[in-house]
Design a protein around this ligand. Structure first.
Ligand code: AMP
Length: 111
């Protein structure tokens, strides 16, 4: 989608601090990190939210990549994967993304 910030980042139109990239997705550092490690996993094709995601292969590919982030980002002590969805979920960017947060003790429940 032409005016979507995450489309532009994932497809290289806007430079970012990229952690990983393949033909289906990009992983980059969140601009406003909520933990010492806070990256975003973003599909290259525009999908507005998890509710609109119909490609289960893509979702599996994205989640399956998390295990590779563990040694890469030093998450051996644990981490959290978060998908905010819609208004009640406080999703602020309308392009599906998975937050991966770690390297601090994360509290529960979320706010
Ligand atoms: P959410 O509230 O779940 O939609 O998360 C959106 C996330 O995107 C927030 O954590 C923002 O800090 C992050 N964000 C917004 N713009 C950028 C950007 N240009 N580069 C990296 N992260 C961004």
């Amino acid at each position: 989608m032409s005016d979507c910030i995450f489309c532009k980042i994932a497809n290289g139109e806007i430079p970012t601090n990229m952690v990983y990239e393949d033909e289906q997705m990009a992983i980059f550092h969140d601009v406003n990190p909520q933990a010492p490690v806070h990256v975003l996993m973003v599909p290259k094709k525009h999908i507005a939210s998890l509710t609109e995601a119909e490609d289960e292969g893509l979702l599996g590919h994205m989640l399956g990549k998390v295990k590779d982030l563990v040694p890469l980002l030093g998450l051996e002590n644990g981490y959290r994967v978060v998908i905010n969805c819609g208004e009640d979920g406080e999703q602020s960017v309308p392009h599906l993304h998975m937050h991966v947060l770690g390297r601090r003790k994360l509290t529960w429940p979320p706010g």
